[in-house]
Design a protein around this ligand. Structure first.
Ligand code: HEC
Ligand code: HEC
Length: 228
């Protein structure tokens, strides 16, 4: 019975999440007045038999229900510039519903829209299950921090030997979760380990995991075009 109630709430949370996606893609920067979609406390109380689901239960449930949509986690101490205010705000606010996202997961441009979606959610759910909503000043600091340490991408049209098998495989495989990374970010030696880590993310996020053969071809392509 308790599980059923938790399930209903999780479904509502995810639905609220979908409204967030809808609003941010439809109205671009529209965030809505603070607390616009807050659920009436009575409704929540009724469903939980007087007890609110707490944040960790919700986080746990989201991770079980929608792993493919959530960022794989990074430890706060492994964030770039971990003592900075931006890193601390990211850890405080962006770890409330899911694992702590790495700033390297998206390009500066992508972060603008992803954070818009996340801030909408936080303002909708502010106060529910102890979810806290950053002030505008804090939002700006989080955005600048993410952008300063973001992923550097390349436009697919400018790739070297674009018709080669390696280039095509790289484009298809490596643009599923973030923009296509610039092969010149890393040296040939480094790419091997990065691609291996990406294989782990494919597994964790429920995507098709590349075969050893595909991995070799992508690493070869990246190595040929790597930073010298
Ligand atoms: C109120 C809950 C909540 C908070 C707080 C939250 N998120 Fe999310 N996040 C979600 C949900 C739900 C999803 C899955 C749906 C989606 O992608 O919009 C998600 C998915 C993500 C993803 C993976 C999807 C993608 O587009 O790459 C990233 C990255 C992310 N969040 C970053 C952040 C950052 C950065 C913050 C802090 C500014 C944050 N989140 C705070 C609920 C939250
Ligand atoms: C399943 C989702 C997913 C796929 C597919 C994916 N990545 Fe990533 N990528 C991530 C996440 C999450 C991060 C941030 C965490 C990290 O750095 O491990 C990231 C970060 C990166 C970074 C920045 C971090 C660094 O070490 O420089 C590079 C470069 C990168 N990916 C390259 C690739 C390449 C190359 C491929 C194709 C083989 C790829 N990604 C496919 C999820 C993915």
């Amino acid at each position: 019975m308790k599980n059923n109630r938790l399930l209903i709430i999780a479904v509502i949370l995810i639905a609220l999440g979908l409204i967030g996606i809808f609003m941010s893609t439809w109205f671009k920067s529209y965030r809505g007045p603070r607390g616009m979609f807050q659920m009436p406390g009575k409704m929540m109380d009724g469903m939980m038999g007087g007890r609110m689901m707490n944040r960790d239960e919700m986080k746990d449930m989201m991770q079980r229900m929608m792993p493919g949509m959530l960022p794989p986690g990074i430890k706060p101490e492994n964030l770039p510039d971990p003592e900075s205010r931006g890193a601390r705000l990211l850890t405080h606010y962006c770890n409330q519903c899911h694992n702590l996202p790495s700033p390297k997961m998206h390009t500066a441009e992508e972060w603008s829209s992803v954070t818009g979606r996340m801030f909408t959610r936080m303002s909708m759910m502010s106060g529910m299950m102890g979810i806290e909503n950053p002030s505008f000043e804090e939002q700006h600091l989080i955005i600048s921090y993410l952008k300063a340490h973001s992923l550097k991408s390349v436009s697919p049209g400018t790739l070297p030997s674009p018709e080669s098998k390696g280039a095509i495989l790289f484009k298809e495989t490596c643009s599923q979760c973030h923009a296509l990374p610039d092969p010149a970010i890393h040296t040939a030696q480094e790419w091997n380990a990065v691609v291996e880590r990406m294989r782990g993310h494919m597994q964790a996020m429920g995507r098709r995991v590349i075969t050893d053969q595909e991995r070799t071809e992508i690493v070869a392509y990246l190595s040929n075009n790597a930073r010298k």
